[in-house]
Design a protein around this ligand. Structure first.
Ligand SMILES: *Cc1c(COP(=O)(O)O)cnc(C)c1O
Length: 433
């Protein structure tokens, strides 16, 4: 597999380069030059295969020239060691639960696969790399738990003081070993600025092999295709058409589904549900892509004012908004709607939606047509509600915490406390303070 940049289709880099660079220098995003088609017989056989087996078929279709079948199988069996079950809310509406991994959010697919891909490439290099990530909450946990004890890699995660939930903080601070949590007295934007400055700092880069693990990395995108394929395999006997509804912020999760579709996965329509950060819904309304500063919402992992993966989706459709619009619609919902929906779904179905997932449910309510039962609506449940406790206290909904939360609470917390100051951060990375 070769990759080009969305900003320069003449560029051609190999997969390893794209994984360790994350971003091309021209500020586009890496995309596969050719999207191979899934083999028809292989897809037929998915009906009887497990999630890791389907994941292997999907990944190998893209990566067969890059990684041996044996190595890729080992990477996937190790990375995808939890389920992505479908929970039926009604005859044709399903929650695709992506929160059964260690950090309780879909980002575990990306975090765990990326870490093992990097370790695979580093195996024979005897080189130690340092991953720097800024997180507003969910990315950090998936990266921390994804890279925990992965050889050859150490990770520093910067997070804003007082701005992540208690469980999110535990996921960052209870790991130890090769994972370091740095609490910055500042905002998420401050954390991101410190990381960006570190990547540009010559002295740091002569002493350390710095790499990012952000959500636009191609090795985080590929594993997000796995559960779309697995869901189709589970439902294809009972439904003629599938509609996937993906709660979206940076649009990486939905981009992965749309790439799978371009590779031959039958999907009638994708719906990107957003919170009040409605850049993409507005784009479809007005034809103008107008990024703006993000606003804080209950679905805070989707508080994105310039969804970076959207250029990948446009690239899939040659930047033709009309062609794209036949396959993708995007709808936005505010906090009041999110809160009301969580309460209603709890009453009607005894099922607890996280605030992100609630936007997906709202979208299905808006678009569902009643004439046929042959269309399945699949809402991606992106996180376990226990990661976002505030809203549930207010609604008097009691959330049972999964066992891994109890285990984390027993562990010692470690964090480095730091001012929002680049010199302090740099000295720390160099081991000088
Ligand atoms: C990151 C995240 C999203 C948004 O995913 P994108 O790929 O950025 O669109 C939605 N829900 C949860 C819980 C998340 O952590």
């Amino acid at each position: 597999m070769k990759l080009y940049s969305t900003a320069n289709h003449n560029l051609s880099v190999d997969f390893k380069t794209a994984v360790f660079n994350s971003l091309p220098a021209d500020k586009g995003l890496y995309m596969p030059t050719i999207l191979p088609q899934f083999d028809a017989l292989m897809m037929q056989n998915w009906a009887t295969k497990t999630l890791p087996q389907i994941a292997f078929d999907v990944a190998y279709t893209l990566l067969n020239e890059v990684i041996s079948a044996q190595d890729l199988k080992a990477i996937i069996d190790d990375a995808i060691n939890f389920e992505a079950p479908l929970h039926a809310l009604s005859g044709d509406t399903f929650m695709l639960e992506l929160f059964h991994g260690p950090s309780l959010a879909f980002k575990d697919f990306g975090g765990r696969f990326m870490s093992r891909i990097m370790a695979h490439f580093l195996k024979n290099e005897h080189k130690e790399i340092k991953i720097l990530v800024a997180t507003s909450g969910d990315t950090g946990g998936a990266v921390a738990l994804g890279f925990l004890n992965v050889p050859g890699i150490s990770v520093s995660i910067l997070y804003p003081k007082g701005k992540v939930s208690a469980i999110q903080e535990l996921q960052l601070t209870t790991n130890g070993n090769n994972i370091e949590a740095i609490e910055i007295d500042g905002t998420f934007d401050d954390c991101q600025r410190l990381v960006k400055q570190a990547f540009l700092d010559e002295e740091l880069n002569t002493h350390l092999s710095l790499t990012s693990a952000n959500s636009i990395n191609i090795s985080r995108l590929i594993p997000q295709m796995f559960y779309y394929a697995n869901t189709w395999a589970r439902l294809k006997a009972d439904f003629e058409e599938l509609v996937f509804v993906t709660p979206s912020g940076n649009f990486g999760n939905i981009a992965a589904g749309m790439i799978a579709h371009k590779m031959g996965l039958p999907v009638k329509q994708f719906i990107a549900a957003t919170n009040s950060n409605d850049i993409v819904p507005q784009y479809f309304k007005t034809g103008t892509y107008a990024p703006r500063p993000s606003i804080a919402t209950l679905a805070n992992a989707m508080d994105v004012g310039d969804p970076s993966n959207f250029v990948r989706i446009l690239d899939l459709y040659n930047n033709d908004i009309h062609a794209l619009h036949t396959q993708l619609i995007s709808l936005s919902y505010n906090d009041a709607q999110i809160k009301a929906t969580i309460a209603t779904v709890y009453q009607q179905h005894n099922y607890i939606l996280c605030p992100h997932t609630a936007t997906g449910y709202l979208a299905v309510e808006e678009v569902r047509k009643n004439e046929t039962n042959k269309t399945a609506y699949i809402i991606l449940a992106t996180a376990h509600p226990c990661k976002f406790p505030d809203v549930f206290e207010e609604l008097h909904i009691n959330i049972e915490e999964p066992a891994q939360v109890e285990t984390m609470k027993q562990k010692q917390q470690h964090k480095v406390i730091m001012a929002n100051n680049f010199d302090d951060f740099k000295k720390h990375l160099l081991g000088l303070n």
